[in-house]
Design a binder for this molecule. Sequence first.
Ligand code: ADP
Length: 500
Amino acid sequence: MSTTVSAPQIHSRVQEFIAKPRKMLIDGKWVEAASGKTFPTYSPATGEVMAQIAEGDHEDIDRAVKAARKAFDSGAWPEMPPSQRGRLIWKLGDLIEQRLEEFAQLESLDNGKPLAVARVADVPLAVDLFRYMAGWATKIEGNTIPISAGSKRAKYFAYTRREPIGVVGQIIPWNFPLLMAAWKLGPALATGCTVVLKPAEQTPLSALLLAELIIEAGFPDGVVNVVPGYGETAGAALAAHPDVDKIAFTGSTEVGKLILQAAAGNLKKVSLELGGKSPNLVFADAEMKSSISGAANAIFFNHGQCCCAGSRLYVEQDIFDDVVEGIAEHAKGIKLGHGFDPDTSMGPLVSQEQLNRVCSYLEAGLSEGAEAIVGGKRGEGQGYFVEPTVMVNTNPKMKVVREEIFGPVVVASPFSDIDKLVAEANQNEYGLAAGVWTTDISKAHRIAEKLRAGTVWINCYNVFDAALPFGGYKQSGWGREMGHEALELYTEVKAVCVAI
Ligand code: ADP
């Protein structure tokens, strides 16, 4: 297994980018942390320090919020016609596309994912998101309302306006660093908000390159501020800040609850995209080949580090052994290695912490009586590798069946009764996504209706589109990312009533 990468493989601009400590972007300027501190970001493939980043904390967040407040209240941004706002967002998408290779390399180096995946998924999806949201800038409309109040003598004309919510704090995770920044920034900018973005401490690099392009695109100073730092310090300060009007968070359900508590101080609006333990249901009438590779990709894509990973697999009894063996064969064919190695199909997990977490779930599953028919342990090498794993002999009480693992581990169980299956699929605190594999189209739609999940994929999985809303039922979150639904999270509705 190759876990190192030779310098010539790295784009010269990427080498330059990581060679010197990166600063943070506040009010259109690159600045050091107020404390002067930096923190390291590690290569997940080798465990070595890759770059140093300015470490934001309370004071930096406060400066960034002041800049965002100033940019929201006065200056060019609130005066800018929506069409021009849209053009800036579109231009940002173009600039990212022009630097696709650099972004893909930064994602692979910082997160560990295969470079080939970042090239075809993370970066193009981010470009699409900005283009989609650019179009919305000119379509944030209110209504005229035929109200019944009044009389023949007192008449009223009433309408609504959708106005930007204000200064928005955005806290994002490390699994799709650039794409998560795009999901957050796109709707905020389309609606005319200003932003303080805190990238995840494990993967701050692509957000900092994005910040360079935000300046290059011509956004006014202070519209987007990027403050890297740790969650307990910079993130907590942003969530609690009294001058932030809304906080948008993607990450664990545990931290989502802390965000909610921190936001209570000034009752800022909150949207949350949290964890999942998504059921993936394979029926005996499914097309075998595509459901096996689909169910394998549902869990192994991005090393299982997807909040919507299809991590609970339910297979109809008659075909259980065949499907599970098929997925195990697929897992055996997955080559672990450095994201830059063209043969690599799965890179390392993002961090030592994540490696420990996933390994402790593997141990818990095995000690509770589950059997790993493939994988089940740490991968070889000094990086944070885990073998793709399929567990059978599970039951609904096991930790590995109830809790989100966020690694390449699927738990499989057989079913024979559809009603019991739906109840079991829904028997979880999360409700982010689900998959259904069948050639019976009526059954597919009936089951899709019954599943308590924000997304249901039928005969496919992990299909994302900027126009398709994404978010969770139950403890998987509040609100939706992408689609026009996302715009609602960034606007306030004002009712205007005029006596005429
Ligand atoms: P994960 O468990 O997947 O690493 P987290 O929910 O811990 O995800 O982190 C997601 C994001 O939330 C990161 O940007 C992290 O820095 C931030 N974060 C972590 N703890 C807090 C906190 N107490 N307050 C605000 N943000 C936090």
